[in-house]
Design a protein around this ligand. Structure first.
Ligand SMILES: O=C(O)CCC(=O)C(=O)O
Length: 237
């Protein structure tokens, strides 16, 4: 296949819905269905998917999703350190349209696959110090529809829930990562796997992790075997 990003100059402004004081912008169908299908298929095969196994309180957990880091900065989180790979031609082809909408030159990317409804990501904020106080994050959804929830850190009720579908783009901006945490909850029966890409801008040298969590990674090529049942992990698991 020959994925070609549409030239940014000829694209009309995509329709947008705005939430939480315009700090969450949702572009439904940013990637039209044919393009989203091709991106999903190529990312599934071309991504170097890693299973992350880590120790916490003397027990071992698998991160409940597979992950891959790209770019020229490592986006380390939750005590886990990653070695980013260079952007692939496909990821480079996706970048300009996302940068045009977000107004930021992205240099770091996490790609994740939620293999089934047991995969998810727990409450967290994207507060990597390299992202500065007001990071702009472009988050692309491909594949199964999943819920994306936001709430203030000390509040138990969800303040905003979006159902993110194939081809949707969410841009988070402003001080959102200080006022809110977000989560992709586990779900009983999603219609298959979902790939998420979060493009970010990181400046300065990555500071050393405050507390390194012992972990190891293992490459898992697509198509994935049925994952083992996952137990409840700690924060951001
Ligand atoms: O999968 C998503 O939509 C969110 C991913 C996420 O929260 C993250 O990468 O920080």
């Amino acid at each position: 296949m020959s994925y070609q990003a549409a030239p940014t100059a000829v694209l009309p402004s995509p329709p947008m819905e705005s939430f939480l004081g315009d700090r969450v912008r949702l572009y439904r169908g940013f990637f039209p269905p044919d393009e989203a299908d091709e991106l999903f298929a190529r990312l599934a095969h071309e991504t170097t998917w890693l299973e992350v196994r880590y120790a916490n309180d003397g027990r071992e957990f698998n991160l409940p999703r597979l992950t891959a880091n790209y770019g020229d900065r490592s986006y380390d989180y939750a005590g886990l350190a990653f070695t980013p790979l260079p952007f692939t031609p496909l990821l480079d082809a996706m970048r300009p349209r996302l940068e045009a909408v977000a107004g930021v030159a992205f240099n770091a990317l996490i790609v994740q696959v939620y293999r089934d409804g047991d995969d998810g990501v727990n409450w967290h904020a994207d507060s990597h110090p390299g992202g500065g106080p007001e990071p702009v994050i472009a988050s692309v959804s491909l594949g199964a529809t999943r819920r994306f929830q936001l709430r203030p850190p000390r509040q138990s009720e969800v303040e905003l829930e979006l159902r993110l579908r194939h081809g949707d783009l969410v841009v988070m901006r402003g001080d959102l990562q200080r006022t809110h945490v977000h989560k992709v909850p586990r779900e009983a029966d999603p219609a298959g796997p979902r790939i998420n890409l979060t493009f970010r801008r990181l400046d300065g040298a990555s500071p050393p992790l405050k507390a390194r969590v012992p972990h190891e990674t293992r490459a898992v090529p697509w198509p994935f075997p049925s994952p083992a049942p996952r137990s409840a992990p700690p924060a951001r698991g």
